[in-house]
Ligand binder design. Sequence first.
Ligand SMILES: C[S@@+](CC[C@H](N)C(=O)[O-])C[C@H]1O[C@@H](n2cnc3c(N)ncnc32)[C@H](O)[C@@H]1O
Length: 154
Amino acid sequence: MTPSPAETNLATYDDARLAALYDHDNPPGEDHAFFRQVAEEAGATRIVDLGCGTGSLTVTLADEGRAVVGIDPAEAMLAVARARPGGNAVTWRQGTAELIEPASADLVVMSGNVAMHLIGDVWHATLQRVAAGLTPGGRLVFETRNPALRAWEG
Ligand SMILES: C[S@@+](CC[C@H](N)C(=O)[O-])C[C@H]1O[C@@H](n2cnc3c(N)ncnc32)[C@H](O)[C@@H]1O
């Protein structure tokens, strides 16, 4: 049987070899700085990092004494996240947006290309869970790649 897009993504990331290399290939940059700036400007105190991966952004969001939950379906990525310095300050959960507690967060972030993995019904279901998980006035902040930049040619 052909795997669904969501299953394919999970199989890709739930690989200890990929997870071990992920941070080398995806070092923190201005994207992470942007998410931290949004958290600061919003005065966020309860943050969910959905699709947190290896947690390199997640632990820095927890730096400021905030309550931070990192959620990801790929156990191999979470294993790296748990073991990283600062990992003890984050609550790590294996799964998807279904794990976001109702009205539990004033900020939900999806960094990297998480949003681009959430295709069709999964995207809509994720947005509904995120909306239910946000407190009034809360924000969802995510990024996507810009195909118009044709980064693959660089
Ligand atoms: C490119 S990584 C981004 C990781 C991290 N946010 C970052 O900026 O480095 C994409 C992550 O999305 C996760 N993912 C895939 N499907 C997901 C879903 N349905 N819900 C939440 N996360 C998902 C993958 O397991 C993977 O860790």
